[in-house]
Design a protein around this ligand. Structure first.
Ligand code: PRX
Length: 690
């Protein structure tokens, strides 16, 4: 273990910050360093970092919370605005008892995020800089675009969209894998003021249909197929199934722009609907490579992204333009200590928020060079990531704990075979990173030289909320450390009272930040109920969190009915409704269970229709049902036969007991006397390995 242990923080310069929780970091005396390994930034790193000391952080943080308007408008002024925002930089109400929840930033400011990502960087002399390095699933398939070339491509798609009748405010669904065409289409929508809704290309036809029905897109952009590892997935068939079903439900999509992904499938083999479907390669290149920008208000919608909640219906998280732009740009710059020379690679798919904020917008707003990888990280073998790092000389590598754990299991040789000298900052997102995975990432991948930014945030928050700033302070493996500028996290108890000092409870946020989502599409009431009613006055994240003596934050996972599988958010109800749509399933209850690689696995208790016998085939067909209804990533890891489920007398399923049975913590079942029929528990235990 190469970690640098320190006995005391006294070695850090001390300075009196006025923000009490953070003082512990600065003032060495209260640091309980014997309990944790503290990992100090190297001297060289700290010296060159944007935020090079706890004092510098405190200074900036203090201003950001005491004068948010001043702090954020100074930053916003570095971007291009056709017209500056109004007198009031922001306005907010986060208290349901005082009226509707309302958040606005830079209102009446007129801008365009695509312009700020591309034209602005080209105008400042970066036109020939590489914007995107694209690496295909196969080693020898790759390509790149400079900022100028990217703008040309974006304009062609934007012109096509306009010509197809897409106007400002219209929705476009993008169902594409990680081809360059995915960020290109997102930026094209933004350029013309259209609202994109990217649907992860691992979602089933059923899930795509649900989203089509909810946001009623003018057009769907897809490709015929994709190769992931050795598998070919026919995406066009999935789109066809969703769109023919949506027509039956009264929603018809006029046009389906289809990219021919030749390496996966030929045109001739693709099913086609004349009049609706258009080949990308046949139309897009004919359009002009320039396209005037549609200037929009800072509060005009930029995109919708569906995410899972505690009910079966996905939530359309809506982000607007101005605040999101400033927030993703700023968080990217500071949390990764971004510099002009950096080559940045984030392994996330643009189908998730990470791919929106930190593959596309955040990096491009900073004029960064971004690596986009089409394939899976362990194809053709577990060394692929480091091969890509060496090939493009990646300096910042951002990924998920699940990948770290799976590569860790495959052994160090796959890593050490490659140089990785270019790396200087590592990042982690999606779930808590366990200290052992953190150490492996730090020691083996980063050669004990690269700080790790463990970024806590959510689809709803738009950008990083609690994250290390590399170089600013010592890290503790597994802790997301301290809040980003302008973010005021609080930990509250059951009653909604803030708890101070060392504690654990529910993680909430006081006051708004520019990147916050503004509503759930078409359902502001659900927005208020889900996020603002539980603890009036605060945004409630749905996560549990503890804070240690030194003020470091430790995320402990979801406290609602959402499970986090390989960093993908899945609602237990979604999986349950997929299971009960199987004709032989009478009832289902799904819980999360610890999983070595995925973080959490999906564990389903299933009650069959009277008289149906248990069988391996039935298990398989239940799992298949979930794959088809949601997507392969939501497939249950275990089906546990349940003659009946443990319920209270009022009929409520006691999930607490199910979680313990799933985890085989049978001596921790707790009180079962309130169950309508306590013998159910013994039945379930008896069937645990059936
Ligand atoms: O439980 C938290 C977990 O992921 C949830 C948000 O999921 P999603 O909206 O899909 O966004 C994922 C990418 C930002 C959170 O409620 N989570 C995310 N990052 C972390 C995390 N938990 C602990 N540590 C993190 N760094």
């Amino acid at each position: 273990d190469h970690l640098r242990h320190v006995d005391s923080m006294a070695t850090l310069p001390s300075g009196a910050g006025k923000i009490p929780e953070l003082n512990a970091v600065i003032l060495g005396e209260s640091l309980a360093s014997e309990e944790h390994d503290l990992v100090l930034p190297t001297h060289d790193f700290a010296q060159q970092a944007h935020v090079s000391s706890p004092q510098k952080y405190l200074e900036m943080y203090k201003r950001s919370v005491e004068d948010p308007a001043g702090f954020w408008s100074d930053i916003a002024s570095e971007f291009y605005w056709k017209k500056k925002w109004g007198q009031q930089v922001y306005s907010e109400n986060l208290d349901v008892t005082k009226g509707n929840i309302n958040i606005e930033w830079f209102k009446d400011g007129i801008t365009n995020i695509c312009y700020n990502c591309l034209d602005r960087n080209i105008d400042s002399g970066n036109g020939d800089k590489i914007a995107i390095h694209w690496e295909g699933n196969e080693r020898d398939v790759d390509g790149s675009l400079t900022y100028t070339q990217l703008l040309e491509r974006v304009c062609q798609v934007a012109n096509f969209l306009k010509d197809s009748g897409v106007k400002k405010g219209d929705t476009v669904i993008i169902y594409l894998p990680m081809l360059m065409e995915l960020p290109i289409t997102m930026l094209a929508c933004a350029r013309i003021g259209a609202v994109h809704s990217v649907v992860f290309a691992g979602y089933s036809a059923e899930s795509l249909l649900q989203r089509v029905m909810d946001c009623k897109p003018k057009i769907v952009v897809t490709c015929n197929a994709v190769r992931r590892g050795n598998k070919v997935i026919n995406l066009k068939d999935i789109v066809d199934a969703a769109l023919s079903e949506s027509i039956k439900n009264g929603i018809s999509v006029d046009s389906c722009l289809t990219y021919e992904n030749e390496s996966a499938m030929k045109k001739e083999d693709t099913k086609w609907k004349k009049g609706r479907d258009v080949w990308w390669q046949e139309v897009v290149p004919n359009y002009s490579t320039t396209c005037a920008v549609e200037w929009v208000d800072a509060e005009d919608p930029l995109f919708l992204l569906y995410t899972s909640g505690s009910t079966g219906k996905p939530k359309g998280v809506l982000h607007t333009t101005g605040g999101y732009m400033i927030y993703t740009a700023t968080t990217f710059k500071y949390a990764f200590d971004y510099k002009e020379f950096d080559i940045y690679w984030c392994t996330a798919d643009c189908g998730w928020i990470t791919g929106h904020s930190y593959v596309t917008y955040g990096p491009l707003l900073n004029g960064a060079t971004v690596v986009v990888y089409e394939g899976v990280p362990n194809y053709p073998d577990s060394g692929r990531c480091w091969e890509i790092v060496d090939k493009y000389k990646v300096t910042i590598f951002y990924t998920a704990p699940t990948l770290v754990r799976s590569l860790m299991r495959d052994g160090n040789e796959y890593v050490t075979r490659y140089s990785r000298k270019s790396l200087r900052v590592l990042g982690s997102v999606g779930e808590p990173i366990n200290p052992s995975a953190w150490r492996w990432f730090y020691n083996v991948v980063g050669d004990s030289r690269c700080p790790i930014s463990d970024t806590w945030w959510q689809t709803e928050t738009g950008g990083f909320m609690i994250t290390p700033l590399p170089g600013a302070w010592p890290q503790k493996p597994g802790s997301a450390t301290f809040p980003f500028f302008g973010v005021q996290p609080v930990i509250v108890d059951e009653k909604g009272s803030e708890i101070e000092g060392e504690c654990s409870g529910y993680l909430c946020v006081k006051s708004s930040w520019p990147g916050a989502f503004r509503t759930l599409y078409g359902d502001h009431e659900r927005y208020e109920t889900t996020y603002f009613r539980a603890f009036p006055g605060y945004y409630f994240s749905g996560d549990g969190c503890s804070r240690d003596k030194d003020g470091y934050h430790w995320l402990t996972g979801r406290v609602d009915d959402v499970i986090n599988v390989s960093g993908h958010r899945i609602g237990t109800t979604e999986v349950e409704s997929a299971l009960v749509s199987h004709p032989q399933c009478a009832e289902a209850a799904v819980v999360g269970v610890e999983h070595e690689v995925k973080g959490q696995g999906i564990y389903a208790f299933v009650t069959l229709v009277e008289g149906v016998p248990y069988s391996q085939e039935l298990r398989k067909s239940l799992v298949l049902m979930v794959r088809n209804q949601i997507g392969a990533f939501a497939a249950p890891d275990k089906i546990h036969w349940a003659p009946s489920l443990p319920k209270t007398r009022s009929g409520k399923i006691m999930r607490r007991i199910l979680r313990k049975i799933a985890a085989r913590q049978l001596d921790e079942l707790g009180d079962t006397s309130t169950l309508a029929d306590p013998s159910v528990v013994d039945q379930l235990i008896a069937l645990a390995d059936a």
